[in-house]
Design a protein around this ligand. Structure first.
Ligand code: PLP
Length: 382
C-alpha cells in the first residue's frame, strides 16, 4: 500500500469509528476539495453582476483593492513566480503573530477562510457531535454540516443582536462546533468577548468554539486572538477578503493552538498550506501591519455608512445598528421585491435571510456607490 493509500485508509477507519456510514465517506473526504467550490458558488452572483456595470453592494466585498504596500509587494512577487512558496509563509505567520500577540506557531495561512472553516466542521462535527449556529448567520458552516449529515441547531440572536451563547449551549450540550461570527454576517453586530469566554468555559471538552472574525477590522472592537494564545479550545478565523480588499486573491488565516489545526490536516497533510499563491501571501503580509492605512479605510467606510444610515433614519426606515461594512435594512415588505426594484435602478443590493424575510443586507460601497444607493431609496419612495 502506498503512503497515500495508507493515509486514506486510516482516515476512513477514523470516520467510521466516529459514526459515519460507509456510504457517506466519499462525501466527507471530497469536501476538502469542494471547499473552494462552495466559496465560488457563494461569490458567483457578484461575479455575474460585475459584467453588467451595476453598482455592486451585495456581496460584502471591499469597494476598492488591496492597500498600496500590499499591491506593490504582490506585483514584485510575480517576477519570482517560478519558485514555490517558502519563507513567505513564515514571514506571514510572524507578521500576524506580532500584530495579534500570539505565538507564530499558532498561525496558519490559507487560501481564504472558507477552506479552513469546512475542514473544522468535518473534523470536529460528526453524526454524534452536532453544529450550533446563530440565526441568522453566514451559512457556510451549516452547508458543510448538512452535506455530511451532521445535526445543526440554529439559535436566534438576542434582542441586542449578539449571539445567545447560553441558548446555543442548551440547544446542543454535546456539539462538536459552536460557531460564533463577530461582527455577525448578516446582522453586522458584535458578540461580547465575555459571552465568548463563557461559552469556551462551559462547552463540552473536545469541542471547538469557531470564532469567525471576517469583518473585525471594520469594527473598533477588541479581537479574540488572545483566547487562542491562552491555549483554549478556540479557533479564530480571519480573512483578507474584506477590509484588505483581497477577495479575489484568496488569503486567510487561522489562529489556534497548533494541535487543534493539525487534526484538520489528516487527509492532505501540509499540502494545504503549500497551496498558496506568493503574490497573495506577500500582499497580506505587507498590508496587515499598516495600522494607519487600516484605520483610514475603516474611517472612510464609517463616514460613508453614517451618511446612508442617516438618510434611512430621516425616512423612518428601520435598520440594525452596524459594526461592519454592511447593514441590514427592514423595508417592512418582501425583501426580494425590494432587491428586484433596486436592480432595475442598476443597484445590486444584498439578499435576505429566511428568518428576516423583509430585511435586505446592504454592503457599504464607495461614496459614489452609496450615493447611487441613496438616490435609489428616494426614487423608489421607500
Ligand atoms: N466568514 C464570513 C462571515 C463571511 O462573510 C465570508 C465571506 O463572505 C467568509 C467567512 C469566507 O470568506 P473567504 O473564504 O473569502 O475568506
Amino acid at each position: 500500500m502506498t503512503a497515500r493509500a495508507e493515509l486514506a485508509d486510516e482516515a476512513c477507519s477514523d470516520l467510521i469509528s466516529r459514526g459515519y456510514s460507509r456510504r457517506s465517506l466519499g462525501k466527507v473526504l471530497s469536501l476538502f476539495a469542494a471547499a473552494p467550490a462552495l466559496g465560488t458558488a457563494l461569490a458567483a452572483p457578484a461575479a455575474a453582476q460585475a459584467a453588467t456595470g451595476m453598482v455592486l453592494i451585495g456581496a460584502n466585498e471591499c469597494w476598492t483593492g488591496p492597500l498600496a504596500p500590499g499591491a506593490s509587494a504582490a506585483a514584485d512577487a510575480i517576477a519570482t513566480g517560478n519558485r514555490y512558496t517558502g519563507s513567505q509563509r513564515d514571514a506571514f505567520a510572524k507578521a500576524v503573530a506580532s500584530v495579534e500577540g500570539v505565538p507564530a506557531g499558532h498561525v496558519m495561512a490559507w487560501a481564504g477562510s472558507s477552506d479552513p472553516m469546512a475542514r473544522i466542521i468535518v473534523t470536529y462535527c460528526s453524526p454524534t457531535r452536532g453544529l450550533v449556529v446563530a440565526d441568522p448567520t453566514f451559512e457556510l458552516a451549516e452547508s458543510v454540516a448538512r452535506y455530511i449529515g451532521v445535526k445543526v441547531a440554529k439559535v436566534p440572536l438576542k434582542a441586542d443582536y449578539g449571539h445567545n451563547v447560553k441558548a446555543m449551549l442548551a440547544a446542543d450540550p454535546n456539539a462538536g462546533v459552536y460557531y460564533i461570527c463577530t461582527p455577525n454576517n448578516p446582522s453586522a453586530t458584535l458578540t461580547s468577548l465575555p459571552d465568548v469566554e463563557w461559552l469556551i468555559a462551559n462547552k463540552p471538552a473536545g469541542s471547538i468554539v469557531l470564532l469567525d472574525e471576517a469583518y473585525i477590522h471594520f469594527s473598533e472592537a477588541r479581537p479574540g486572538a488572545y483566547l487562542a494564545a491562552q491555549g483554549k479550545e478556540v479557533i479564530v478565523l480571519r480573512t483578507f477578503s474584506k477590509l484588505f480588499g483581497m477577495a479575489g486573491m484568496r488569503l486567510g488565516a487561522t489562529i489556534a493552538r497548533p494541535d487543534l489545526m493539525a487534526k484538520t490536516l489528516r487527509y492532505d497533510g501540509m499540502m494545504a498550506s503549500y497551496a498558496l499563491p506568493n503574490p497573495s501571501l506577500v500582499c497580506a503580509t505587507a498590508s496587515l501591519t499598516e495600522a494607519k492605512l487600516i484605520k483610514a479605510r475603516r474611517d472612510e467606510m464609517i463616514a460613508v455608512r453614517t451618511k446612508s444610515l442617516l438618510l434611512l433614519d430621516k425616512r423612518g426606515i428601520e435598520h440594525v445598528p452596524s459594526d461592519a461594512n454592511f447593514f441590514m435594512v427592514d423595508w417592512k415588505k418582501p425583501a426580494k421585491e425590494v432587491q428586484a426594484a433596486f436592480a432595475k435602478e442598476n443597484v445590486a443590493i444584498g439578499r435576505s435571510w429566511p428568518i428576516w424575510p423583509t430585511r435586505s443586507r446592504v454592503t457599504v460601497g464607495s461614496a459614489a456607490e452609496m450615493a447611487a444607493f441613496d438616490a435609489a431609496v428616494v426614487k423608489l419612495n421607500l
